[in-house]
Design a protein around this ligand. Sequence first.
Ligand SMILES: [Zn+2]
Length: 247
Amino acid sequence: MRRWFFWMAMFLFAALLSAAPRADQIRTRVADGFDEPVGKPDADGYYKSRGFLSYHPGEDWNGLGGGGSDLGAPVYAIGHGYVTFARDARMGWGNVVLIRHVYMENGTLNTVDSMYAHLDRILVREGQQVTRGQQVGTIGTNRGMYVAHLHFEIRKNLYIGINRSAFPRDLVNYFKPSVFISSHRKLPGGGRSAMIVINTYNTGTITSAPTDESSMRKSPNAKPSPMKSPAAPRKDFRVNRFEDLGL
Ligand SMILES: [Zn+2]
């Protein structure tokens, strides 16, 4: 009888262990929809200066005021989620925030990462739960490397992190951000939570700086842009000495 009890207790203990969340999973709120990362919720006052291209798997957002008029402007989480990265990644990235979102579509839970790069300031920390529309940072220049703008991506592949050169820049790994957002504005599952995997980035092997921003780089002799320059043509977006990085 005692032996039976012992094995029963062991079975229950093992069952409890296997049912417990793994250390590399965490619970987060299911996104009830997604908004644009600037001028929330519809990017009011902003325009896309560069879209999703074969070498540029994201979108660049600028204020309608042009030049550096959007420096320091707020950047928002596009939906509920969990901050998986919030650091200065240096090189071509600068300050980067990555947020992992889980959302319900056609009865299935899917997970994506949103990326906010070249931030002037980071206002969240890794491991933080954020809500839709919460400010996560401000628009920056990556130490003067670019005219102020937000570089924004949405990834299907949860392993990219800041190691973008290790993955094809295609629609297998990425969504076109504006297409994704406009088709996922309102989603079911609000108020629920779900498990997501975490610790999926290889932050120890950054193989190269992103080289897709050449025409956004400031000329070495560029004068500060007037605060109210017209949105187009934007003379401050000229190609310069960084062009030979291999685009
Ligand atoms: Zn960009």
